[in-house]
Design a protein around this ligand. Structure first.
Ligand code: THU
Length: 137
């Protein structure tokens, strides 16, 4: 992925973050996914008064990718404002895992400071359970 595409992903995640529905945590997050077709999909966190019914930005972005026909995450950007990098929650690591490969780049960004960390899925979720684990059953 070139720098222009990364910049577009960051801008997309930053923009969609402004639409986050986060009245409970006051912690808006934006995410943007680049798929195997070169298409970009976005998502923001959508909280709910019944707290467990809320969803993460990555969850929305990945759902949008799948609904559009994408099946591979080439890169994903997650952005917000926090002293600590906003690393995906456990469930979202598994969601990324479903559509990632060893080359998938996971960029954790700060809205004002840019890229803070870059991970692979193996770095975030070692010894993960994935589609191959279901082969041969
Ligand atoms: N959140 C995300 O959307 N993505 C992350 O990677 C971390 C956390 C959301 C969930 C919840 O709405 C709020 O941030 C606080 O946890």
């Amino acid at each position: 992925m070139n720098q222009d595409t990364l910049n577009t992903l960051i801008q997309t995640a930053t923009q969609v973050r402004t639409h986050a529905h986060a009245p409970y945590s006051h912690f808006p997050v934006g995410a943007a996914v680049l798929d195997e077709h070169g298409n970009i999909h976005h998502g923001c966190n959508v909280e709910n008064a019944a707290y467990p019914s809320g969803s993460c930005a990555e969850e929305q972005a990945i759902g949008s990718m799948v609904a559009s026909g994408g099946r591979k995450i080439k890169a994903i950007v997650v952005t917000g404002i926090s002293d600590r990098p906003i690393t995906p929650c456990g469930a979202c690591r598994q969601r990324i895992r479903e559509f990632a490969d060893s080359d998938t780049q996971i960029y954790i960004c700060h809205v004002e400071e840019g890229v803070q960390k870059v991970f692979s899925i193996d770095g975030l979720l070692p010894y993960s359970f994935g589609p191959d684990n279901l082969k041969g059953i």
